[in-house]
Design a protein around this ligand. Structure first.
Ligand code: NAD
Length: 489
């Protein structure tokens, strides 16, 4: 069956090319899917443009749009097993984690369905004259290019698709070329839920050939991108000549600050989850552990002891606790960061070499790795390795902890562990990042905004601001008693 979805039709790629998708856990072929090119991207943009300018979706009442999103949530729940399996085969992620993701995704559609339907963003303005009727209304931005990464393929997609549709936009989605399958399933669900033709379009393929045209085409009004910093800069530049609205969710190099008065076992437990979840391929991974000097030795010993027990394995291995990296190229990158860190003086406490277990030899596995005695200038501390690599730095006091935490170009997320509530709030206020967890790590809810400060991005996803991102405010002013003004007399 063809896998590109353009103007309500399933179609093959114009150039007839396909791409093999292989499971990163063992290299088995998942499927060969259509590989789009610039011609397909242009056709998808044309379909989205037409659907926006002439189709029913932008003119559908918000409450009705919301109801459609609620139907999509139900379909995601009905087909959860198929979605989760497809996600795990593409990413190598444990099936149970993909199942959690599917629950979150259904919640995301439900949240934006209800938020959009509730309306309430338009308002009457008191313009100071009884002869003026002044209102601010919110309209869709237009045609949106939605470009997403491979680490949480459908979750990142849902954070864009749900608010974009709730607000009445039409879109072209380009998921990562490595993980296309849940995007295909989502298009089927949107069609089944009754979305009009052309409102949702899907192209599959590489970033430079099919992604890039989506960021420069003058018929596109907005680009919403989640991915790496370097790609984000490129996209911002590509969108500049036509002054598109741009929303960017980029990387992070997130600090996890542990004070000596933190609850020891819980802080250790979360320090592991913070960085090793999904083998570190999480934008908000707590990859920089900052530990108070007096606690350092005991804390790092316990982190290492427990990280050694983390079992690697494929999506359907019930004993595995984390999976492979996404690709050979990505594992090479992670290895290079570890080598650079060691060359720059870090002390290897755990990991640092591919596993020897023959059962894992077919996949791109890399073990939990702990680098101690790290310093701010090291590339492994500064850059996002996006792998299961924990760097450890020491601090003496609160000021030094905050300075180390903020010493990064990124500003996505961070955490502070302490038994002192006053200190927790002081530190939270000083951290320059979009999310701060106090005595926790990683939770998020669709009701609360998500996004980055500094070079972690532009704009917000989720929450009311996540809907507003896909809206334009329009001020409508009506003079109810017009008469000559005689300005020039
Ligand atoms: P990536 O930047 O390599 O690719 C992301 C997407 O952009 C892919 O679909 C890719 O094909 C496309 N792309 C690449 N070049 C393009 C171009 N020139 N024009 C248009 N599209 C292009 O990122 P990745 O490796 O897929 O994902 C990992 C990155 O995503 C990490 O840096 C991670 O931190 C980030 N991320 C951020 C968040 C967040 O919420 N802030 C969430 C998940 C992932």
């Amino acid at each position: 069956m063809p896998e590109l979805f353009i103007g309500g039709q399933w179609t093959t790629a114009a150039e007839g090319r396909t791409r093999e998708i292989r499971c990163p856990a063992d290299g088995t072929l998942v499927a060969a899917v259509d590989e789009a090119g610039p011609e397909d991207a242009a056709a998808a943009v044309a379909a989205a443009r037409d659907a926006f300018d002439r189709g029913p979706w932008p003119r559908t009442p918000a409450a009705e749009r919301g109801r459609l999103l609620l139907r999509v949530a139900c379909l995601l729940e009905r087909d959860k097993a198929a979605f989760a399996r497809a996600e795990s085969l593409d990413t190598g992620k444990r099936l149970v984690e993909s199942e959690y993701d599917m629950d979150d995704i259904a919640n995301c559609f439900r949240y934006f369905g209800n938020l959009g339907a509730a309306g309430g963003t338009d308002r009457v303005v008191d313009a100071g004259s009884p002869e003026t009727d002044s209102r601010v209304v919110h309209e869709p931005v237009g045609v949106c290019s939605l470009i997403t990464p491979w680490n949480y393929p459908l979750l990142q997609t849902a954070w864009k698709v749900a608010p974009a549709l709730a607000a009445g936009n039409t879109f072209v989605l380009k998921p990562s070329e490595l993980t296309p399958h849940t995007a295909i399933l989502l298009m089927r669900a949107l069609a089944e839920a009754g979305l009009p033709d052309g409102a949702a379009n899907l192209v599959l393929g590489a970033g430079d050939t099919v992604g890039a045209p989506l960021t420069s085409d003058e018929r596109v009004d907005m680009v919403s991108f989640t991915g790496g910093l370097v790609t984000g800069r490129r996209i911002m530049a590509a969108a500049a000549p036509t002054v598109k609205k741009v929303a960017l969710e980029l990387g992070g190099k997130n600090p996890n600050i542990v004070f000596a008065d933190a609850e020891f076992d819980t802080a250790v437990d979360y320090a592991l989850m913070a960085v090793f979840l999904h083998s570190g391929q999480v934008c908000s991974a707590g990859a920089r552990l900052l530990v108070e000097d007096s606690l350092h030795d005991a804390f790092v010993d316990e982190v290492v002891r427990r990280a050694r027990e983390i079992r690697l394995g494929g999506p359907f291995d019930e004993h595995a606790r984390t999976g492979p990296l996404i690709s050979a190229a990505h594992r090479d990158k992670v290895e290079a960061y570890v080598a650079a860190g060691l060359a720059e003086g870090a002390v290897l406490r755990l990991g640092g070499a591919r596993p020897e277990d023959p059962a894992l030899s077919g996949g791109f596995y890399y073990p939990p790795t702990v680098l101690d005695e790290c310093a701010p200038g090291m590339s492994v501390v500064r850059d996002e390795s996006f792998g299961p690599v924990l760097t450890v730095e020491r601090f003496r006091d609160e000021d030094e902890a905050v300075a180390l935490a903020n010493d990064t170009v990124y500003g996505l997320a961070g955490a502070v562990w302490t038994g002192d509530a006053e200190r927790a709030h002081r530190v939270a206020a000083r951290l320059r990042c979009g999310t701060v967890w106090i005595n926790d790590f990683h939770p998020y809810v669709p009701q609360a905004e998500w996004g980055g400060m500094k070079q972690s991005g532009v704009g917000r996803e989720l929450g009311p601001a996540g809907l507003a991102e896909y809206q334009e405010a329009k001020h409508i002013w009506r003079n109810t008693a017009p008469r000559p003004q005689r300005w020039f007399e």
